[in-house]
Design a protein around this ligand. Structure first.
Ligand code: NAD
Ligand code: TYD
Length: 348
C-alpha cells in the first residue's frame, strides 16, 4: 500500500493526515480526492503541492460519482483508499440531513464497490464515537451495539454497516477507526472548539448548549492521525479500533479553559437552548488500539491549549471562512438561540 487515495483530504482531519503521511513516508504517493464542499478548503493543503511535488496530487470530485472514482483509481494506480469524505456536523444534519445520507451512506457504498472492482489492497473507513450513541455510564467497546441518535451519527453508522457487510460478503480487506472529537489546526469553525476560540478572540458570545455538562473526549488531531496510520500498518483486517484519549471533559470546563488561555471573561458564555436529541456523553474504551502500540501524546487540556494557540496565530486561515455561507449558517443556527438566551438573562 503505497499509492493512497485520501477521500475528503481537503477537510480538517484528512488534510492533517495527508500532511502526516507525506512527511513520514518518502515512498508514498497520495491523491487527495475531494468535492470541496463548504468544509473542504485548499488552504488546508496549501504547501503540499510544492513540498511534495511528484508524490501528491489533488482531484476535485464527488465520492458519489462512481465513474469519477473509477477513473481516479485507474489513472493514479491507487492501491488503497482511506475514506474521510463525509458531511460531518451534527447541527447541520439536524437542519438538513439529505447530503449526509448521500455522502456518508451512498458515497461509502460507491467507494466499497470500487475497492471490490479494482481489488484494492485496503479500504479504511474513518468513523466516529457518535455511532455508539449516548453512553450514560461506562465506555463503548468496539463490540458494543451501535445506537446512533442524530442524522449525522445514523448516516455514519450506516456507512460502518456497509463496510462490515462488504468484508463479510466479499472478503474485502477493510479496517475501521472510530475517533472521539478531534481538535487542532484547520478545523472549520462550526465545531465547538474553533467556534468558541474564534468568537472569544472577537469578544463575541460563546453559545453553550443547555447546561454545558455534556461530556466529550477532545483529542489532538495528530494523535488521531498516528492511530489511523498504525491501523493501516498493523491493524487486523475486518477489525474496528476506537481512538481517543480515554478521558472526558464537560463542555463548560473546555469553555473555561479556552477563556483562560485567551485571557477573556466568563461573561462571554451564553447558555443557549440545547441541540435537539443532544447526546450527553460519549466515552470510548481505547484499550484495543493501545494494545496495538498507540498512546496519545496529548491530554484533552493540552489539545485545547495547542488548538487555541493555533487559531490565535492563524487568523489568516479562519477570517476568510467566517463570512458568506458561514454567516448565513450562523444566523440560522444561533440567531434565535442567542436571542432566547438574552431574554432568559433579562428575566432572571
Ligand atoms: P470536514 O467536514 O472538515 O471535512 C470533510 C471533507 O469531506 C471536506 O473536505 C469535504 O469537501 C469532503 N467531502 C464532503 N462530501 C464529499 C463528497 N461527496 N465527495 C468528496 N468529498 C466530500 O470533516 P472532518 O472533521 O475532517 O472529518 C473527517 C472524517 O472523520 C469524517 O468521516 C468524520 O465523520 C470523521 N470523524 C470526525 C471527527 C471530528 O471530531 N471532526 C471525529 C471522528 C470521526
Ligand atoms: P461539536 O463540536 O459539534 O461535536 P459533536 O457534537 O460531534 O461532539 O460539539 C461538541 C460539544 O459541544 C457537543 O456536546 C455540543 C457542544 N456545543 C455547544 O455547546 N455549542 C455549540 O455551539 C456547538 C457547535 C457545540
Amino acid at each position: 500500500m503505497k499509492r493512497l487515495m485520501i477521500t475528503g483530504g481537503a477537510g480538517f482531519i484528512g488534510s492533517n493526515f495527508t500532511r502526516y503521511l507525506l512527511e513520514r513516508y518518502p515512498d508514498y504517493t497520495v491523491l487527495v480526492y475531494d468535492k470541496l464542499t463548504y468544509a473542504g478548503n485548499m488552504d488546508n493543503l496549501g504547501d503540499l503541492a510544492e513540498r511534495f511535488a511528484g508524490r501528491y496530487a489533488f482531484l476535485q470530485a464527488d465520492i458519489c460519482d462512481a465513474s469519477a472514482v473509477d477513473d481516479a483509481i485507474q489513472s493514479h494506480r491507487i492501491d488503497a483508499i482511506v475514506n474521510f469524505a463525509a458531511e460531518t456536523h451534527v447541527d447541520r444534519s439536524i437542519m438538513d440531513p439529505d447530503a449526509f445520507i448521500q455522502t456518508d451512506v451512498y458515497g461509502t457504498y460507491v467507494l466499497l464497490e470500487a475497492t471490490r472492482k479494482f481489488e484494492l489492497g485496503r479500504y479504511h473507513q474513518i468513523s466516529t464515537d457518535e455511532v455508539y450513541g449516548h453512553v450514560p455510564v461506562g465506555s463503548s467497546r468496539e463490540t458494543d451495539a451501535i445506537a446512533p441518535r442524530s442524522p449525522y451519527a445514523a448516516s455514519k453508522a450506516s456507512g460502518d454497516l456497509l463496510v462490515n457487510a462488504y468484508h463479510v460478503t466479499y472478503n474485502l480487506p477493510v479496517t475501521m477507526t472510530r475517533g472521539a472529537n478531534n481538535i487542532g489546526p484547520y478545523q472549520y469553525p462550526e465545531k465547538v472548539v474553533p467556534l468558541f476560540v474564534t468568537n472569544a478572540i472577537d469578544n463575541e458570545p460563546l453559545p453553550l448548549y443547555g447546561d454545558g455538562l455534556q461530556m466529550r473526549d477532545y483529542q489532538y488531531v495528530v494523535d488521531h492521525c498516528e492511530a489511523i496510520d498504525l491501523v493501516l500498518q498493523r491493524g487486523e483486517i475486518g477489525e474496528v479500533y476506537n481512538v481517543g484519549t480515554g478521558s472526558e471533559m464537560p463542555n463548560i470546563e473546555m469553555t473555561r479553559l479556552i477563556l483562560e488561555i485567551l485571557g477573556k471573561p466568563e461573561s462571554l458564555v451564553r447558555h443557549v437552548p440545547d441541540r435537539e436529541g443532544h447526546d450527553r456523553r460519549y466515552s470510548l474504551d481505547v484499550s484495543k488500539i493501545r494494545a496495538l502500540g498507540w498512546e496519545p501524546d496529548h491530554s484533552c487540556a493540552e489539545a485545547i491549549e495547542l488548538t487555541t494557540r493555533w487559531y490565535v496565530e492563524n487568523e489568516w486561515w479562519w477570517r476568510k471562512i467566517k463570512s458568506g455561507e458561514y454567516k448565513q449558517y450562523y444566523q440560522r443556527q444561533y440567531g434565535w438561540r442567542l436571542a432566547q438566551a438574552g431574554q432568559d438573562n433579562r428575566q432572571a
